[in-house]
Ligand binder design. Structure first.
Ligand code: MV4
Length: 501
């Protein structure tokens, strides 16, 4: 096993990786930019190396400085986390060329899945169903020919894409040319590759992904699915395991698991990876893409399977065999994860970095909090303002949902805006409770619900809330002795919390 590992990342995922490495008795080397001098991952690691100024292009994406830091400090392996260099095939290759182990798949697998058309061809070779479309990039004329045969709606997608950039839905001939040009120039700007391919547009799909784990000896298993249909502008908002749909149709889990393994085997895949599927309203599923990294939402899989995916990644990278087989994997209960962001959900989710003046964390049964913040820390403006992931386990989905609402009520962050209140609203939603999820859910949610008005003057509100609270308590005692105050509003609760301080 490795004695020392460098973590080429920041924020909550760097902290999460350091925790497992510490449990394994492996020394840790953090890297950090000037903006992250005081960040938690730097404090928690055994050693830390500065790799450059705040912009990630000058620090967390600088392969040369990161490799130099690993060599200088005697690290034997590099964990890339997610984002940054995690799906950079050249970086994976540079690690191996420099005698360092990249904790992830081979550079060849990353490269293959990085091209969405190559990924589709690989999936087809592995016997995995893909959305009907083209197997290579197309010209505008070829796009016209495709729609003449297959009709509309279609989705133009960037070959080098992912994350929705360079993607355009087209519903009729008249729109095709301008959509093609727009998508192509957006792809060129985002990925320095203007190539587009075509898929049939799947209407109101669910997004369900399968977690895979393979060792370097040819063994591969799946760890079930995550339901990731709740997204906003291609950013996941809530993830859960299991998917309410597959709880209803468990035979789909086996079929999707086998399909995911087929695609990954065709890519010669090892380490942890995720195959994303679209599921249409008739419950047909289609390969969408493969993520060749640990994912943000991996904790829900960990909570339900009882496994530590980072530990397994490290063991696999060190050449060990998978310590179990498919039949040993069991799923217990249900888990839901909420991504807690410094942002204003009622002002177009604008990032809201700043200094934390107060931090009360949720605790208690079934609560897991993967965070990177502490009281007094300033959230840097330069990066994704993810503060923490609140992952909740319950014996059932409904228990996990109720527990999540309880935990969100305990969660109190001051000094910045967060999406905590928004999650409380979403988790109370009847459609969510019923498990009727699809990728248009969040948009429709905003049509169904009015945003709660944020308090304008906290001090005045606190005073008012306190007096209302007292009145309500007296009223409640008189109306129903012993009924307590469990039905008080969020207003009263926030006012009371203010007063207690
Ligand atoms: C699709 C689709 C419908 N049909 N492909 C969005 C991000 C990218 N990874 C793939 N995406 C989609 N691909 C076909 N053929 C709808 C989406 C999509 C979506 C997918 C998953 C989660 C949220 C989404 C929101 C809008 C569109």
């Amino acid at each position: 096993m490795f004695r020392k590992v460098l973590i080429a990342n920041r924020g909550e995922i760097a902290v999460r990786i350091i925790r497992t490495l510490r449990e394994m008795g492996i020394a840790t080397v953090a890297v950090y930019s000037e903006a992250d001098r005081t960040s938690l991952h730097v404090r928690m690691a055994d050693e830390a190396v500065a790799v450059g100024p705040a912009p990630s292009s000058e620090s967390y994406l600088r392969t040369d400085r990161i490799l130099a830091a690993a060599r200088e400090r005697g690290a034997e392996a590099i964990h890339p986390g997610y984002g940054f260099l995690s799906e950079n095939a050249d970086f994976a290759a540079a690690c191996e060329d420099g005698g360092l182990v990249f904790i992830g798949p081979s550079a060849a697998s990353i490269r293959m899945m990085g091209s969405k058309t190559a990924a589709r061809r690989t999936a087809i070779a592995g016997g995995t169903p893909v959305v009907p479309g083209t197997e290579s990039s197309v010209t505008l004329e070829e796009a016209r020919a495709f729609t003449a045969v297959h009709g509309y709606p279609i989705l133009l997608k960037a070959v080098a894409g992912g994350g929705g950039k360079g993607m355009r839905r087209v519903d009729r001939d008249a729109e095709l040319e301008s959509a093609f040009r727009n998508a192509s120039s957006e792809a060129a700007r985002s990925f320095r590759n203007a190539e587009l391919y075509i898929e049939r547009y799947v209407v109101r799909p669910r997004h369900i992904e399968i977690q895979l784990l393979g060792d370097r000896h040819g063994n591969m298993i799946h760890l079930g699915e995550r339901e990731c249909s709740l997204q906003r502008r291609h950013q996941k908002v809530i993830e859960e395991c299991p998917s309410p749909l597959l709880t209803e149709y468990p035979e789909m889990r086996e079929a999707m698991g086998a399909a995911a393994i087929g695609a990954a085997r065709a890519a010669g895949y090892y380490n942890a990876g995720t195959v994303e599927f679209l599921v249409d309203p008739e419950r047909r599923f289609y390969f969408l893409e493969m993520n060749t990294r640990l994912q943000v939402e991996h904790p829900v899989t960990e909570l339900v399977t009882g496994l530590d995916l980072v530990r397994l990644q490290v063991e696999i990278a060190a050449g060990e065999r998978l310590p179990f087989e498919q039949r040993d994997i069991t799923w217990r209960g249900a888990a839901i994860e909420a991504r807690i962001y410094a942002e204003d959900p009622y002002n177009d989710f604008l990032p809201f970095p700043g200094t934390l003046t107060r931090l009360d964390r949720p605790l208690g049964p079934g609560v897991r909090l993967d965070g990177c913040v502490y009281d007094g820390w300033t959230v840097p403006m330069e990066y994704d303002p993810l503060l923490a992931k609140l992952a909740i386990w319950g014996a059932s989905r409904e228990q996990a949902r109720q527990r999540m609402i309880r935990a969100l009520r305990e969660y109190d962050v001051g000094g910045i805006r967060t999406n905590i209140g928004f999650f409380r609203q979403i988790l109370e939603d009847e459609e969510l409770r019923a498990g009727r999820l699809h990728t248009g859910f969040i948009e429709e949610f905003f049509e169904r619900h009015q945003p709660p008005q944020p308090p304008a003057d906290l001090a005045a509100v606190a005073a008012l809330a306190a007096s209302l609270h007292t009145a309500a308590r007296v009223g409640a005692r008189e109306a129903a002795p012993g009924a307590g105050n469990s039905r008080h509003s969020a207003w009263l609760e926030s006012g009371r919390n203010e007063m207690l301080r």
